[in-house]
Design a protein around this ligand. Sequence first.
Ligand SMILES: [Zn+2]
Length: 154
Amino acid sequence: MVRVSPASDGPSRPDGAPYPVVRDEDEWQAALTPLEYHVLREAGTEAPFVGEYTDTKAEGVYRCRACQAELFRSDAKFDSHCGWPSFYAPLAQDSVVYVEDHSLGRVRTEVRCASCGGHLGHVFEGEGYGTPTDLRYCINSISMTLEPHDRQES
Ligand SMILES: [Zn+2]
């Protein structure tokens, strides 16, 4: 089975537009740790309940660990108890792009960074979490870096 991943899909978004941030895979490999590379470029998944932001409540903006684009805000993060950081919406509609993922024998929707194409996680719908969107963006901690708000910022 062909594994679809950012590394294999090349420099174009699902809509055909180029990603603003494009690097060769060997450049990504040099810029990221092996585990970061595995998740962000090879669409890997970190183990549940071990990610650094799984239960983080700190306020701030979560940026892409590969390209630093802003992806999610802490105010859309919620307790899903699924083992990964969960958000009910991205920071902006154009912060992320979506790719159909057939890798587990069922269709899931993969979420990628709209700037560099890095794999972030998946989005699930209709699980009844009672969030404003009924969506759960299930995101790998290792795909993101939390930038905490300064004290004076709202
Ligand atoms: Zn990115």
